[in-house]
Each structure stands twice: as C-alpha cells, then as structure tokens.
Design a protein around this ligand. Structure first.
Ligand code: CA
Ligand code: CA
Length: 335
C-alpha cells in the first residue's frame, strides 16, 4: 500500500479526495482482443490529458483529451437558487458533462434526494464515449485532490467524482431519455414498457434478432428486476477489512441465456477487482468508494457476461442511486 495512504488511514482521516490523490498511477496499456474479453470488466483506461479551467467558488470545470475523444465538465453549486459562496454547503449541484459532443446534464437536489439527468439531443453511448469516460474516472481521481483545499471536500467535487465512477461502467449502447430521475433509495418498479430491452439485446447478443421476434411479454419477464435496492454492504461487513474476501448472494438477469437468478459470490477489497464497489475496479483510490448491493449485482453481471458489450444495462440503472448517493467508505487496506 502507498505509504501516504497508510498515513492517512492511521490518522483516521476521512478525506476522500486526499486519499485518492495519494494513490499512484496505474499502468496503462492497450489490451489484445483476447485479453479484453477475458478481463472485460476491468479493461485499462486510456491515458488522458486533463486541464482544469477557472470556476467560481467551490465549483470545478475542465477538459479531458484522450485517444478516443474529448470530454468537458463543469459544476455549479446552488444555494437558495443562487450561486453558493465558497465553503457554503449547497442545496443543489448541477454537473454538465459533454462527451464527444454529447451533452448530459445532471441536477442533484440534496434535500429531495434526487439526481435528474437530462439530455436534449438523443445520446447513445458508443465505444469511443465509453473509453473517454473510463479515462475520466482515472484522470479525475488524480486531478481532484490537487484542487481541494485541506480536508474539506466540496459537494461539487464529490458529485463529479461520483459521476466519473458511475460512467466508468456505463453500458455500451446506453440510450438516455430526455429526463431520467434517480431517487435515493428508491426501489424501482418493474415497468416493461419503459425498458429498452430490444435495443439492448440487439446490440449485445449474437442472434438477438430471434429474441426480438418473441412476444414482448416474454422479453419483459426475462428482464424482470428483483433489484433496485439501496443496501450499503459496508454497513453489513467492513468490506475493506484487511483484504478479506466476503460472500453473499447476488442476482441479475441476462437474456436470452438466463432469467433473474441468484448465487453466492465473493466481494470486498480482497476479491478480484473489488466486486461491490460502485465504479470500475478498485478505483484510483484503491477501494475507496460506495459499496452497495446493486453495484455488486452489476459487477457480477459484467464479469459473467462481458461488460464491454454493454450486457448489464438494467443492473447499471438500478445502481444509479448507489453511485450518486451511497455512503463513501473511507478506510481501505486494499491490495
Ligand atoms: Ca464496480
Ligand atoms: Ca440502487
């Protein structure tokens, strides 16, 4: 473990961004197709150049350029509808991300416990977008600690970091509705008519055309959600305790191979690639992050069915509130 990080832990410091910054760079390399398939959930991020631009108060703005394209980001912290002064905890934070020209807006209302995601033009995540977003997780994790003052982590930084974790695992082919409201702890009801099952399956499953010809009721049943929880794994066990491996039940569906089913899986910092952490792999902060059941279900689905093909869209959607609002576990002894 990085000695700086150890020092932080020994001091009992719960400084998310400082700890992130203390972690060294991870190796970056191009994976062969075979390697990419075998380690689909944790393909290495491409290198990126992040530039930070001037922003008022606690807000942050910048750009990222990678071999797969560019991204820009800007936060706005609001208190009673006006720009929040530096050091003031805002009621809301808005975050605009522009990924290869596609704009995705986020509006986080802390009192309401909602994050509203809006797009004007139809946004569909392709392979280039996904690669840029993966780099964003890594580069932002390195950059944010250099901006934060002392031990205080502004909500704008926190939310941007959470979004970087969330989008590091965005399913390929994810299509954004004009408005998507993510509510903290909200168990989402089954709504087959609202799901984009056919689109997802046609982009991920060889021979999916046959599936698409099946009656919609069969597709809906196979795509049934039993998840949609807000279950903090770190409140159940210390997921990062001394690199121990923990086991619990995890469920997902994957059509047409199998419907909704569960099995016992390994999770925690001691398990390969930190299953259960909300974000790709163990993150730049070496296990730091939110650890939630829906993130575990999504990780296992990705591992079993190849995340690079965007197989696990509904599991990712169910985990959205966990990425956005899950409690961050600060103390790690990962790897
Ligand atoms: Ca994860
Ligand atoms: Ca959830």
């Amino acid at each position: 473990m990085n000695p700086n990080l150890k020092l932080l832990l020994a001091a009992g410091t719960c400084s998310l961004l400082l700890a992130v910054g203390a972690w060294p760079s991870r190796p970056v390399s191009a994976a062969s197709p075979e390697a990419a398939s075998a380690a689909a959930a944790e393909a290495p991020a491409q290198p990126g150049q992040m530039k930070v631009l001037a922003a008022p108060g606690d807000d942050v703005a910048g750009t990222l350029v990678t071999p797969s394209g560019a991204l820009s980001f800007r936060t706005a912290s609001l208190s009673a509808g006006k720009s929040a002064a530096q050091g003031v905890s805002p009621d809301r934070v808005t975050v605009r991300l522009e990924v290869n020209g596609a704009v995705i807006d986020h509006d986080i209302d802390y009192a309401a416990g909602t994050m509203t995601v809006r797009t004007v033009d139809r946004v569909v995540i392709d392979e280039q977008d996904r690669a840029v977003l993966k780099s964003f997780q890594t580069e932002l994790g390195r950059t944010l600690p250099t901006l934060a003052g002392g031990q205080r982590v502004p909500k704008s930084h926190d939310m941007l970091w959470r979004l970087a974790e969330m989008y590091s695992e965005v399913p390929l082919g994810k299509t954004f509705a004009a408005e998507w409201v993510v509510k903290r702890g909200d168990a989402k009801p089954i709504a087959p008519q609202a799901r984009d099952f056919d689109r997802e399956s046609s982009s991920i499953v060889p021979g999916a055309q046959a599936l698409n010809r099946q009656p919609i009721v069969a597709a809906a049943a196979c795509n049934e959600q039993g998840g949609g929880s807000f279950t903090n794994l770190h409140a159940i066990v210390d997921v990062c305790d001394d690199d121990r491996v923990f086991y619990r039940s995890s469920a997902h569906d994957f059509c047409p191979s199998h419907g909704y089913s569960s099995k016992s899986v390994a999770y925690g910092c001691g398990a390969s690639s930190c299953p259960g952490r909300c974000g790709a792999g163990c993150g730049v902060g070496d296990g730091l992050g939110a650890w939630y059941q829906d993130c575990l279900d999504h990780d296992i689905c990705n591992r079993d069915h190849n995340s690079q093909l965007g197989a696990c869209g509904d599991e990712w959607t169910e985990a959205a509130d966990d990425y956005a609002f899950g409690a961050i576990s600060c103390y790690t002894t990962c790897h």
